[in-house]
Design a protein around this ligand. Sequence first.
Ligand code: DC
Length: 221
Amino acid sequence: MIAVAIDGPAGAGKSTIAKTIAKELAYIYVDTGALYRATALNALQNDIAPSEEEKITAMLKNTCIELRFIDGVQRVFLNGKDVSESIRTSEVSMTASKIAALPIVRSFLLDLQRDIAKKNNVLMDGRDIGTVVLPNAQVKIFLTASAECRAKRRYHDYLEAGNTSESYETILQDILQRDYQDSHRAVAPLKQADDAIMVDTSDDTLKESVEKIIAIIQGKI
Ligand code: DC
C-alpha cells in the first residue's frame, strides 16, 4: 500500500489540495481532522468541556466513530449518525483543537487511522500523520502558508458559502490560537517530520500547489 502524509496548520489548503490529488491518483483521501471534530461534537452535545478529562474518558467508552467512503468521498459517523456537515462550525473547530491535546483522545483515534492505511492507498491529512500515525509513509508533505493568507482563504470560503457572520479578524485570531494549541501540546504536536518536504502555498494557486505536490509524489514513487 502507498501512503502520502500531508500535515500542516489549519487553513493551509490541505483538504482541497489532497482531495484533488487523491482523485487524480485514485487514492482514498482521509481527512483525520474530521475524527477529532466528531469527538469534539460528541463532547459539546454532552456538555463536557475539553478540560474534563475523566468525563471525556468515560464518554469515549460509549463512543463509536467511523469513517465510511461513499463513492470515494469520506463521511464521518458518530454513534451511527452522519455528522459530516455538523462538525464544520467554528465552535467545533476550536473544541477539536483543545480536545486533540488529550492523549486518551489521540490513542482512541490512532488505530482507526492506521487501519484505513493498511487496506488502501491513501492520501491522509492531519497534524501528526508523518510523525506519529504513519511514520513509514512513502511521501510526507508539510503544507503551510502565512496565517494572514490562510485566514483570507477561510474568510472567502465562508462568504462563498453564504456565511457572513464571521469577520476576517475573528477568523485570523482563531487560526492563530489553533496554530498555537496544535503545535504546543505535549503529545503528537503539529510539526514537520524530519523527512517531510515543506510546500508553502501562500503565493500559489490551487493548480500550482497541486502540480508541485504531484511532482513530489511522482518523484518518490
Ligand atoms: O484539520 P482540521 O482543522 O479539521 O482539524 C481540527 C482539529 O483537530 C485541529 O485543530 C487539531 C486536531 N487534529 C489533530 O490534532 N490531529 C490530526 N491528525 C488532525 C486534526
